[in-house]
Design a protein around this ligand. Sequence first.
Ligand SMILES: Nc1ncnc2c1ncn2[C@@H]1O[C@H](COP(=O)(O)OP(=O)(O)OP(=O)(O)O)[C@@H](O)[C@H]1O
Ligand SMILES: [Mg+2]
Length: 313
Amino acid sequence: MHSMRKMLKKHYNIDAENILPKQGGWASLAYQVYDYKACYFLKVYEKNRASTPKLTALIDQYVPVMEWLIHHSNLKGKIPVPHLTRGGDYKCEDEYGIYLLYDYIKGETIGNRDLTDDQVFQLSNIVTELHVYGEDIPMETDDLRDHFDVPFLQSLKQTLNKERDALPNDIRVLIHPYMKQIHDLVITVDKLSVRLKNSDLRRALCHTDLHYWNLMQSGQQLMLIDWEGLRLAPVEADLMFLVYKPYYSEFLRIYRRTHKHFSPNPMALRFYQGKRKLEDVWELIEQLLLDQQEEQERRVTKGLLKEALRDTS
Ligand SMILES: Nc1ncnc2c1ncn2[C@@H]1O[C@H](COP(=O)(O)OP(=O)(O)OP(=O)(O)O)[C@@H](O)[C@H]1O
Ligand SMILES: [Mg+2]
């Protein structure tokens, strides 16, 4: 806490009165920070976690686009407000972690709950608005452009190939029944990736992680948080989270008022769905192989891996 206080003073000129650990997400730690003026949300990516380099690589690209959206779209008040450091940077770091600071959002995460009709309406409008913006926004978006690459696929294949000998026993036992099904999905995703690279689909700004742990209800407002997945991609990168929801037709009705005659591209949809399933599996395997986890934490990760493996069918 002491070093965090120092970091907040040095980089944000905040005299922290109180720093409270909060329930974070899967990828980062979270703290509520008070000073005498305001309340902030501090997101901390620990440097000793395997997922951190990937999740923090594009901070300097996606945070400015979030800011642009706050100023130029109707998403103001519906997405988190980032704070820059004294030096005008979007993040800061020390030997322990990489830090991002936001306004604190008072409210509740949707999490495991269903959306109410009003929340469906608000979410549909947020996604509709986000997808209005594409390659033509006056911002540097080259690094956010999705090229249908699946960078982890090679490592996943290699890990599965050494299944018999090099993997720790508990992971091997878990994976074994799903080997064929994972292998089939790898081949499908590989093929779709090549086909999509040769296609010419429109790209729009996409959140790419539209699950309910990234939605908060704050007063009357539904807010979409956790923008580290912000990309310029075919809109199916977001729609894959919505197509199986009971309210999908209502979503489409709202969406088509702006995006006339839209219908999803089946190939892009299959690609993003398959990629996501494999990515979930890979990230959990990587955590078990590389992160130093306590016994209980490892049990939880194995439970999540089992679910992710089942989901690859
Ligand atoms: N600005 C904020 N104010 C208050 N609470 C927040 C704020 N941003 C996020 N939270 C809370 O912290 C949790 C984790 O935040 P976030 O989803 O950004 O982190 P994450 O570790 O990247 O999650 P994920 O597992 O989706 O990758 C959210 O589910 C939400 O409950
Ligand atoms: Mg999250």
